[in-house]
Design a protein around this ligand. Sequence first.
Ligand code: URP
Ligand code: ZN
Ligand code: ZN
Length: 480
Amino acid sequence: MSTILISGGTVVTASGTLDADVLVAGEKIAAVLAREATGAGATGETAGGVEDSAAAVAADRVIDASGKYVLPGGIDVHTHMEMPFGGTFSADTFETGTRAAAWGGTTTIVDFAVQAKGTSLLATLEAWHAKADGNCAIDYGFHMIISDVNDTTLKEMDACIAAGVNSFKMFMAYPGVFYATDGEILLAMQQAARSGATVMMHAENGIAIDQLVAQAIAAGRTDPVNHGLTRPPELEGEATSRAITLAQVANCPLYIVHLSASQALAAVAEARDNGQNVFAETCPQYLYLSLDDLARPDFEGAKFVASPPLRPKEHQDSLWRGLRTNDLSVVSTDHCPFCFKDQKELGRGDFSKIPNGMPGVEHRMDLLHAGVAAGKLTLPRWVEVASTTPARMFGLYPRKGVIAAGSDADIVIYDPQARQTLSAATHHMNVDYSAYEGMEITGKVVTTLSRGRPVIDEGTYAGSPDHGMFLIRGLNQYLV
Ligand code: URP
Ligand code: ZN
Ligand code: ZN
């Protein structure tokens, strides 16, 4: 079994920082070796496996992490690789998307299998396994999108859970495509509740939105900014409240995906204060970008079309605050890239035909670190929202999400001083634009290990598409 010693770094976990070396044996973390168990640099306890300093551990390879952070690998629980949507497919395959994720310090993704109307959940799961199997540079799991609620689908939910897929996304948006009625949502929530599975909700009032969209098109308001104007934040707040009420009636754990609006956040905070099992994520695009980007001229705004839409800037402060107060527990990307050329362009002259989705899987850790550098998040909270909580929320902890003896050696060595400029010219996602073109960031991944294997090795790709394993996940570990 080969061994790697990561020496000289600062281990950052959700509970604090520690000057420690990390010994990797095969696919697992063998030990966390404190250099100064009580000395300078220790600001909290590091979970599990801390032993006395053993600088002389003989290892096959020693990686010098002096001046660097040593983090548990990022876990992005909301991606859409090669997703059929809007008459086309998202542009990253599992191969290109997981490679890009590794470049950005993400070592696990949880992607969405998408049930098409008239098909079964199990056939859908099989189809998604066929897409991903042998094509992933890092480990992966699946959630299931339910778009056809009927007796068979409801029964199949248990079979999905047995197969390691115990989170089900439903849509209050997109009538005629993924939309489910309140009654259908209630049925699926009741079914999920029987086994403790989580329903994930795309919470926008799609019925009302479709009326606003039809009015805009009829009035000749066809530019991309109208995507945002026809999906007002109030309709995200309303749908979020409704989803929370349905979940309360069904006694079902609820996870609000890609939360973007302060109205929705207020509803989540109230439900959490009431002790309900309600959780929410936001995404970097809602923390950094705004309706102003959707309003960029010459159809450039199409690059920023995703749902829920980018909001007026005022919402950003609430989202950062929600991350600090844990009303927002997770940051995922909702990575769903469509190229500007030929894909986003499908909506020239009619914003409602622009495929919804934005790229982001590569830059989540960096953009959140930029939040640390700007004083909006602490270092441990960065790790918590990007790795540890996603692991717990989706039944992967402590195998993933922590630097501790016995956990998978999914480890990122991160240089907090390095400077980089985000750009389509240098990113690794299979998409012809960057939503953050020209943005200067402090911090960069140096090395990414996935189960002990270097995938990014000191700035060079060293992975392979047959390395990533499907992860059978347990239930949400926050349920009471
Ligand atoms: O616009 C988005 N978010 N596209 C991906 C599908 C979804 O709703 O998450
Ligand atoms: Zn969604
Ligand atoms: Zn999504």
